[in-house]
Design a protein. Structure first.
Length: 157
């Protein structure tokens, strides 16, 4: 078989090995292409895993920072809630003191009213007694019972 003109070395290879050689060359070339493609895939996969690993590491670091921020906010919140509760407790104690003062005021008012009613009753008794005495005195004066001359004359009524 003679070399095919215009194919150069490929033509010489085909002339020397024939169609089987060309087929063998094609199989080797395809195998090499597959190996190169596999290597490129593994390289891309390694780069991808490297990026993925960095992303996972960054996400974990971000989660840790977020968790620390949440813990700090929780601590601040606990302090603020404690302050608010202490303030509210003081307010409630003052409010309870006001209620107790109101109870004492009502009780002292009731006692004062009771004393006032008793005093009023006693004053009414005194006024009634004074009125009776004044009435008798007025009658005595009117009839002049204390004058000895009038008494000698007898009742002049």
């Amino acid at each position: 078989m003679e070399p095919i003109p215009g194919l150069g070395q490929l033509g010489a290879f085909f002339h020397h090995f024939g169609a089987v050689g060309l087929l063998l060359l094609l199989v080797v070339w395809i195998g090499l292409q597959n190996l190169l493609a596999d290597q490129r895939f593994r390289d891309a996969e390694c780069r991808h895993h490297g990026r993925l690993g960095r992303l996972i590491k960054e996400m974990r670091e971000a989660e840790d920072r977020h968790r620390e921020n949440l813990l700090e906010l929780t601590r601040k919140h606990e302090v603020e809630v404690g302050r608010i509760l202490a303030e509210h407790k003081g307010y409630m104690q003052r409010l309870g003191g006001m209620y107790e003062a109101n109870v004492r005021l009502v009780k002292s008012y009731e006692a004062a009213v009771s004393r006032w009613e008793k005093l009023t009753s006693e004053v009414m008794d005194v006024i009634s007694l004074n009125t009776q005495t004044q009435t008798r005195l007025a009658d005595s004066i009117k009839h002049n019972d204390f004058c000895p001359l009038v008494r000698e004359k007898g009742p002049n009524r």
